[in-house]
Structures are given as C-alpha cells and as structure tokens.
Design a binder for this molecule. Structure first.
Ligand code: GDP
Ligand code: MG
Length: 177
C-alpha cells in the first residue's frame, strides 16, 4: 500500500482503552508497524496510527487511536471516543487489577460511543503464562455475558494481534453493509 493511486473505500476508527502498562501502545506498534519495544515510554497527547487492509475485496484504512498516558488520570475525553466504530478493551493477564477495572472501562466506553460499537476484550502478555493470574475462562465468561469478542494476545510474540484487529474490522464492515 501507500502508492499513488491506492484507493481507500472506508476509514474505520478504532480506539484502544484499558489501564496503563497493559500493552496498548505495543499492540498498536505491532499492528501498525510490526514493531515491539520492551521499554516503551508513555507518550503524551492523543495519537493514532493507520494501517490499510483488504477485507472482503474492499480497502479499509484502520485508524487506531492510543490513549497515550491519559488512562492514568481518568482523563480520556469524549473526543477520543467520537466516531469510533470499534474498541480494543485491553487488560494484562499477569495483573488482576487491570482485569477488575474492565467493567469500568466498558461503562465509560458505552457511555460515549456509537450503539453499534464493536468491542474486543483483549488479555495481553500471553507470553507470560508462568505469571498468569487471570484465567482465560474468567475473561471468556465475562466477554460472553457482555457480548464482546475475546482473544488473548502477545504484542511481544505477535500472537493474535492481527487476528484481533481483523476480527473487529470485519465485524464493523459486516454491521455497516
Ligand atoms: P500501555 O501503557 O498500555 O500503552 O502499555 P505499553 O504498550 O507501553 O507496555 C507496557 C509494558 O509492557 C512495556 O514494557 C512493554 O514492553 C510491555 N509489554 C507490552 N506488551 C507485552 C507483551 O505482549 N508481552 C510482554 N512480555 N510485555 C509486553
Ligand atoms: Mg501507551
């Protein structure tokens, strides 16, 4: 992609939310640039990155927004959520608190976003299986109850990151067409 004459059929905004340090920025770096950093610094200000994919023969530009540190101050603004068609709700499988905060994030998300919002619950850092404290079954059950998609990912190992985004983008596409 990126060449002159490339056409984009749709732009879908997707937001990343969840507690600080769960791996949101690294999930985005993996998806948008196929990069990963172990010492990622929290960045300031709202940022997004894009990646264009072909889904069902249409060129879809995913515009992925990253909270960039605001999650620490519960200061994610409505501008962040505005126009979002998808959301990645991320916790860290090695930090119970980040999973316990998911209902709060979900409430905030549902308070701001479109009613057709497609939501994927993501348990990140699946490479740290020996430090796991959130059982897969607990998250699966919660996701089912709330009508969310659910996957465990590793931004480090690139496990399920593309699958998570393509699942959400495909569902957005299916809902709107
Ligand atoms: P954010 O605050 O949610 O954006 O989290 P970051 O993306 O900045 O990641 C926080 C820390 O977790 C960084 O040290 C990352 O390198 C690390 N991290 C992110 N994803 C993974 C992962 O899948 N596995 C492991 N082991 N570490 C990760
Ligand atoms: Mg970040």
């Amino acid at each position: 992609g990126g060449g002159v004459g490339d056409k984009v059929d749709y732009v879908f905004k997707v937001v990343l939310i969840g507690d600080s340090a769960v791996g949101k920025s690294q999930i985005l770096a993996r998806f948008a640039r196929n990069e990963f950093s172990l010492d990622s610094k929290a960045t300031i200000g709202v940022e997004f990155q894009t990646r264009t994919l072909v889904i069902q023969h249409k060129s879809i530009k995913a515009q992925i927004w990253d909270t960039a540190g605001q999650e620490r101050y519960r200061a994610v603004t409505s501008a962040y959520y505005r126009g979002a068609l998808g959301a990645m709700l991320v916790y860290d499988i090695t930090k119970r608190q980040t999973f316990d905060h998911i209902p709060r994030w979900l409430e905030e998300l549902r308070g701001h976003a479109d009613k057709n919002l497609v939501i994927m619950l993501i348990g990140n850092k699946s490479d740290l299986e020996d430090q796991r404290v959130v059982p897969t079954e607990d998250a699966k059950e919660f996701a089912q109850k709330e009508g969310l998609f659910f996957l465990e990912t590793s931004a480090l190992q690139a496990t399920n990151v593309d699958t998570a985004f393509t699942t959400v983008l495909t569902e957005i596409f299916d809902v709107m067409t």
